[in-house]
Write a protein that binds this ligand. Structure first.
Ligand code: FE2
Length: 360
């Protein structure tokens, strides 16, 4: 039986990868590692490989309207095209998932250059998002054939982010259980955690969320759907602007959230604003923690506890002009959940921004 070994990378289709790459490097601390484009013999696109810790983002821009990324950008704006996974056997991963009902996007294909070969295949998931399977054990190059290393990055301002913690999908009304079923059936994932609108709501808006995970618990995909409430759900706002289901946020783990968030703020990253009264009752809610409350309040970091420990987290504002994709910074100190105790403070912060956009 084939296995997922880890996240490989997230590929974004963007309007201008050269300029987006600058933003992820200067604001978020990614290092430009490799480039593929006209100069490296790739004729139809430009791609930039960005890396921080084990996190890899690839930003791809089409060089003409006939490339598949052009339609993607026209419909969705900048967004995540592929959640790519390292697997031990691409043929088995593709054949098995397609046999279990996944839609094929790219049959197992071998890419080669002087550094060896990489096998890859893709299947569809929610919206126009895909999962790409990658096996590069026969490859010695920096990333994939077509990419060449970039010598030096003078733009990168590191923020000590280490690895992908989870990747969240927003799906349309009443679609969550179907997509949870998809991951159970096609990938053999299990329900890791789930919460409904009885809990996940404010005075105005609501959503349902279920997290699916692989056996090891390393790969975690929360799936959100809108739920009925007085005003428009943030998930519905996302789907309206993304024009379909898609990736809502990527959570990146750090071993020192105080240091990471201080650096990100210094770099100009915009986070959701958490009211200071959140911190007045924090200790009553979460008990004793290692961090100084004043520092957490200054940096706007949220804390939540479950039966295993606690976690610290913080969310950026959308990183596109459309109110769609955003990023999360998370540090787990034993905590295995997703910050249920923070949903209210968080949703109210999102609603204030939604109202400012005229979308609440
Ligand atoms: Fe998250």
């Amino acid at each position: 039986m084939w296995k997922i070994l880890d996240y490989d990378h997230l590929e974004f289709f963007v309007g201008n990868a050269k300029q987006s790459a600058w933003y992820y490097r200067a604001a978020f601390g990614f290092k430009l590692m490799a480039y593929a484009g006209l100069e490296t013999g790739v004729r139809d696109r430009a791609s930039y490989l960005l890396e921080q810790g084990k996190i890899r983002f690839v930003l791809t821009t089409p060089l003409g309207p006939e490339h598949i990324a052009a339609e993607h950008i026209k419909k969705h704006g900048d967004g995540v095209r592929s959640i790519s996974l390292i697997v031990d056997n691409v043929d088995e991963a593709f054949n098995d998932t397609v046999a279990k009902g996944a839609k094929a996007i790219l049959k197992p294909t071998v890419l080669e250059d002087k550094n060896g070969s990489v096998k890859t295949a893709s299947i569809a998931t929610y919206g126009d998002t895909v999962h790409t399977f990658i096996d590069r054990k026969n490859y010695k190059g920096i990333f994939l054939p077509g990419f060449e290393p970039v010598e030096k990055d003078v733009i990168c301002r590191p923020s000590e982010l280490k690895c992908v913690d989870h990747v969240v999908g927003n799906v349309e009304w009443n679609q969550m259980n179907d997509w949870v079923g998809y991951y159970e059936k096609v990938f053999g994932f299990h329900k890791f955690w789930s919460v409904d609108d009885k809990v996940l709501h404010t005075q105005y808006s609501a959503l349902n969320s279920t997290v699916v995970a692989d056996k090891s618990g390393k790969i975690k995909f929360p799936i959100n759907e809108p739920a009925p409430a007085l005003r428009k759900s943030q998930i519905e706002e996302y789907c309206d602007y993304y024009r379909s289901a898609g990736v809502q946020h990527i959570a990146m783990h750090t071993d020192d959230i105080l240091e990471s968030v201080a650096k990100l703020r210094e770099n100009g990253v915009e986070f959701l604003k958490i009211p200071q009264n959140y911190y007045d009752t924090l200790i009553e809610r979460v008990g004793k923690i290692d961090e100084d409350i004043k520092t957490l309040a200054k940096l706007g970091i949220l804390v939540d506890r479950d039966e295993h420990g606690y976690l610290l987290q913080l969310f950026t504002k959308p990183i596109e002009d459309r109110p769609t994709v955003f990023l999360e910074v998370i540090q787990r100190k034993g905590g295995r959940s997703f910050g249920i105790g923070n949903f209210k403070a968080l949703f109210e912060a999102i609603e204030r921004d939604q109202a400012a956009r005229g979308n609440l």
